[in-house]
Design a binder for this molecule. Sequence first.
Ligand code: HEC
Ligand code: HEC
Ligand code: HEC
Length: 427
Amino acid sequence: MKRAKFIALIAGFGFFFLALALQGIVPYLLPENRELKVARTVRTPLGELAEIKAEAAAYPEEQLRGRRVFIREGCWYCHSQYLRPTAGESRRWGPVSEFGEYAHDLPHLLGTRRIGPDLIRVGGKYGDDWHTAHFLDPRMVVPDSVMPRLDWLLAKDAATGKQTLNAEGRAVTAFVQGLGMGKGKWRDAFPYQLAESGSSSLESVAAIAHGRAVYLRRCIGCHGEKGDGQGTAPTTVLFAVALPRDFTAGVYKFRTTPSGSVPLDADLYRTITAGIRGTAMPPWFNLAEDQRWDLVHYLKTFSKDFKEYPPEPPIQIGRPPKPSAEMIAQGKKVFVEMKCWECHGPEGRGDGPASQTQEDDFGHKIPPANFTRGIFKSGPQARDIFRTFMTGLSGTPMPSFGDSFASPEDGWALTYFVLSLSADGKP
Ligand code: HEC
Ligand code: HEC
Ligand code: HEC
């Protein structure tokens, strides 16, 4: 008996020291690890050694302040920042987290609790207007949310009396908008958000009733119960970029149909799926396909135009040709000839001579798009840009140029020129 105890004791200590040696001491003695320790470097996904920057150097000033607010408010208590390659996480939130992405985060905020969604890829998913409303009262834009109100991140705007972000609110929004952006513009190619329409559900009484149920749950905070754009969010929060659409007007910006026509069902479906970048209008690719189609059927009941003036045939977009430096140069010529610069400015910064005076049909000031930001409301693909100027954006001063092109090649040339303005010089 004594002997057995003695052996167990020796084995216990033996294994303890063996583990200590293998997992602690030997790795410490290996030269490559000592080098890592001394130089404070990490191995990047490409296998290179990169120096760990101080947190302050890795984040722009405002985002760094936002990160501190994020930590102080305990956002990380409900929101993890790590995407696993399991259970459709990459379908819901975006590409799986990669080795090296967190190198500069001290302390890291990976988190394990998911009372709310993972946030590591949330940058660019919503516009700042959405975040403003969501911080003031999450239930305004997501009715069954359990996220707490964070109204101390807002203050009253003196001119309008509506709520807008204060300095801390802007900082934490900048931090949230930067999350996951180190991976580049992955969202521009995110298949679920780009999905062109499949086949429509049948437009029936039942489908419209179902669409109405989905609408009442997801959309009334902004578009209002009557579809008139007078939801609680835009009436209490300052929507700086764009106001939610009044659907009773039957005026839609993003269409494949010519100027003056109502959109096709497929156009509405595309807008609902992808959202409207940079504005409060979120992408809804996580809703089931039949919910999105039934929403389309319900939205159409708000305006008689859909029944009285059926949509005209869509324009032909076709397949974009391969971009080249010559095409971009040709596109620049077209840009000058067609006077796009009058509104959009000679360098596409949205600061042309006519830019200050543009108003939309609802009487609100509307700045011409600044192409250098690379945020396109209707989508980032070549065919989205092409569609925009071929059909125009109804209800806004952005005209339709569908009849103005000598050849479709000029249209594609103009498209690539517009895209090149935000491409850091890379065609
Ligand atoms: C008590 C838990 C909790 C806390 C604390 C919390 N959230 Fe949330 N958050 C949620 C829940 C639940 C959702 C999902 C419902 C919704 O969108 O409101 C959410 C959603 C979000 C979303 C949208 C994510 C998406 O992909 O749709 C963002 C962004 C967000 N929160 C940011 C923050 C920030 C920033 C803070 C801190 C200032 C914070 N949250 C604090 C629970 C929380
Ligand atoms: C947080 C606010 C918000 C919510 C919630 C919201 N929207 Fe919007 N929506 C907007 C804003 C803002 C615009 C106008 C953007 C613009 O004109 O640039 C818009 C515009 C639209 C448009 C017009 C597109 C066009 O071609 O002109 C459609 C369609 C639309 N929303 C559908 C929906 C549906 C369906 C839902 C619910 C599933 C919804 N929205 C929920 C803010 C919201
Ligand atoms: C009379 C002024 C005016 C002229 C001329 C004009 N635009 Fe615009 N354009 C606008 C306005 C205003 C918007 C913003 C609409 C919005 O935000 O809803 C816009 C938006 C756009 C967008 C962005 C769409 C998106 O998805 O965000 C593109 C691309 C565009 N214009 C291309 C052109 C091209 C190319 C020309 C010349 C062939 C041109 N525009 C001429 C006023 C103009």
